[in-house]
Design a protein around this ligand. Sequence first.
Ligand code: NAP
Length: 233
Amino acid sequence: MTERIAVVTGASKGIGFEICRQLAQQGVNVVLTARDPGRGEKAAATLQRGGWNVIFHLDVTDLTQIHALADYMERTHGRCDVLVNNAGIMVDQRGASVLDANAETFRATLEINFYGPLQVTQALVPLMRKRGYGRIVSLSSGLGQLQDMGDGTPAYRASKAALNALTLMFAAATQGSGILVNSMCPGWVRTEMGGANATRSVEKGAETAVWLATLPNDGPTGGFFRDRKRIRW
Ligand code: NAP
């Protein structure tokens, strides 16, 4: 297979870091991005022992940094084959209901979970188009499924439902261009966000994202997956 290069957002820890590790293991070159340079460098150093990887400072809410990343990919590598929109937060108050949730919590959550992927994807798609190849994977959640939509963690739910809509829009906009765009749910994963009681390891949580990031040319686009199987929006 041609050598590929991937960008993973929010990869200083958790599922994002594990996605970098599994991609690197498959021989994909990884640009591990993190909003905290110190934490990112530590994570990248762990990976570097295993292969060729670099760290890039990226807060997904900062458009200047997003453009700097796109410039870097263009100048240094002349390409970007894979984008994993992994960075995300869940900051709803414990037990929050949509009946009285603070709109500010919605704004803060959408800033990272929705506007982040929107702007990072917009910045990197042109590089993918140039080479007629791209894989875009967004870490969504079952909590964003419309068919199961309920109360609780309302800002997070709204942000992931909106992220899923973005997946469909980007998939439609890139149809036939060699770019495959999909959402996935990692399940309930033991990370800082998922907590210690979660049922899945980070290895398992990252698996489907890595599969989508390395899909063959006839792979699906515009889908929502868990455990490599389609799930409903
Ligand atoms: P995590 O351990 O809390 O890690 C989240 C990552 O996102 C961290 O690296 C964090 O960086 C980064 N991040 C947050 N805000 C950012 C920003 N503005 N710019 C760049 N990076 C930012 O969470 P996780 O469990 O690995 O979650 C990864 C993704 O999977 C998220 O999108 C989450 O919604 C989704 N997901 C997780 C679960 C689960 O059970 N864990 C379930 C369904 C979906 P810092 O280190 O700087 O904070």
